[in-house]
Design a protein around this ligand. Structure first.
Ligand SMILES: [Zn+2]
Length: 91
């Protein structure tokens, strides 16, 4: 399972409910100054087991801190992808 955290510009990290994979936005408990209560992730950067994105307000484009997704993985994101997408995948 993956763990989603939002680090607002003003405060400590907040754990968020993981949105469905196709959802473009994540709901956050603290609305933007424009009233919007979701953020969009941009410019994801992958580390061994985390994906860090800049969080943006999809309405007014304000910077809303950082989104961090930590994935439970034994091998790391790169290796997991290599395994699941590899030509040797066995069904
Ligand atoms: Zn906004």
């Amino acid at each position: 399972m993956a763990d989603l955290r939002w680090i607002p510009p003003s405060g400590p990290a907040v754990r968020l409910a993981m949105p469905p994979p196709s959802a473009p936005y994540a709901e956050v408990p603290e609305p933007c100054s424009c009233g919007c209560d979701v953020v969009a992730g941009r410019d994801p950067v992958e580390d061994h087991d985390t994906i860090t994105s800049r969080a943006w307000c999809p309405v007014c484009e304000a910077a809303r801190g950082v989104l961090v997704v930590r994935v439970s993985t034994i091998f790391g994101l790169q290796e997991d992808r290599a395994v699941t997408d590899g030509p040797w995948r066995v069904y």
